[in-house]
Design a protein around this ligand. Structure first.
Ligand SMILES: [Mg+2]
Length: 255
């Protein structure tokens, strides 16, 4: 059995869209003591589900997540994605704590996570490590890899679908009245209000809903739902046609 393709997938902008809404809502809920349940409706990139399932069943491909996001946040989003698409990524999930901090931001290093990949795949794939290592690729919408792993990097176009929605849906009016200063500071950070402090909860709510209305309008005008994104569809086609070409070349050489 040949070595399987091993994908390390970046999360934000690669297989999920813009998670500003989810990040903002989770921070508000945490600040006012409401349990937060991850809601990823509309967040997963089109054709991602069929890509991972198709590649796993046909080519025994292996998938890990390698993100520069906060580990706790990443884990929550990933569990919600796994539930939504019915597919489980390999563990461990590599997050910010597995990245190297540089002046240019967090960088990902395949060398750094390699021992954990070997351990995770050891039982399933009885191939030489060198053979397995040749098939590892990091798929990312930003050039975040350390220079020594550059040859294993695949850049993808950014998926930036964005669906702004009311982040205060489950926050009771009394809670908003009591915590409007804290909530306003969080919403300001994410661009959901235009200033960080208000004289009253009424003034805050007027600004928030006016801004939200503008955000929904802008997102709709800019067509930020992106249902026509075909990156994963094309990547799967590319793999299938390459595999077919290899099979044909192999059968000719055997003849
Ligand atoms: Mg990214």
């Amino acid at each position: 059995m040949p070595a399987p393709p091993v994908f390390l997938l970046d999360m934000d902008g690669t297989f999920i869209g813009d998670a500003t809404h989810q990040l903002c809502q989770s921070e508000v809920y945490k600040a006012v003591g409401i349990p937060y349940k991850h809601n990823i409706t509309g967040l997963v990139r089109p054709h991602f589900e069929s890509f991972v399932k198709g590649m796993a069943s046909e080519f025994h491909a292996e998938f890990f997540v390698y993100t520069a996001a906060d580990p706790t946040w990443a884990m929550g989003v990933i569990r919600a994605v796994e539930k939504a698409i019915g597919f489980k990524f390999n563990r461990p999930i590599f997050a910010r704590n597995e990245c190297t901090k540089t002046p240019a931001g967090y960088k990902k290093s395949i060398h750094r996570v390699l021992p954990k990949i070997h351990t995770a795949l050891r039982k399933r794939h009885k191939v030489l490590r060198a053979e397995l290592d040749r098939n590892i690729v990091l798929l990312d919408n930003n050039k975040t890899i350390v220079p020594e792993d550059d040859h294993r990097f695949m850049l993808c176009p950014t998926y930036d679908a964005f669906t702004p929605r009311d982040v205060l849906t489950k926050v009771e009016p009394a809670v908003i009245a009591q915590h409007h200063a804290t909530i306003a500071a969080i919403l300001f950070k994410y661009g959901y209000v235009t200033k960080s402090a208000y004289r009253s909860d009424a003034e805050f709510l007027c600004n928030y809903y006016a801004q939200l209305s503008k955000m929904i309008h802008d997102a709709s005008k800019q067509q930020r739902s992106r249902p026509d994104d075909v990156f994963f569809l094309e990547l799967e086609h590319h793999f299938r046609s390459n595999a077919a070409n290899l099979r044909r070349a192999h059968s000719k050489s055997v003849l």
